[in-house]
Ligand binder design. Structure first.
Ligand SMILES: [Zn+2]
Length: 74
């Protein structure tokens, strides 16, 4: 059983963990290469991924292009 103090600390921790998400937990991407048949892929990150990781750091899993991935804003 958690006492009142411990449960309050746990709640703060949960709220801070939620606010870590300037980075999306998931991201939908598409490949913009004309010859590529990748329609959409959903990426799932862990919280260990740096905040500045973007589609520019990734390559298409289908055609391998390093420049054609684009995030889909839902
Ligand atoms: Zn592609």
């Amino acid at each position: 059983m958690l006492g009142p103090a411990e449960s309050a600390e746990a709640r703060v921790f949960i709220e801070l963990a939620g606010e870590r998400g300037s980075m999306p937990a998931t991201m939908e991407v598409t490949c913009t290469a004309d010859e590529c048949e990748l329609d959409m892929a959903e990426l799932h990150y862990t919280y260990d991924v740096p905040d500045d990781v973007s589609t520019a750091d990734l390559r298409c899993p289908y055609c391998g292009s390093e420049t054609s991935l684009a995030e889909i804003e839902l």
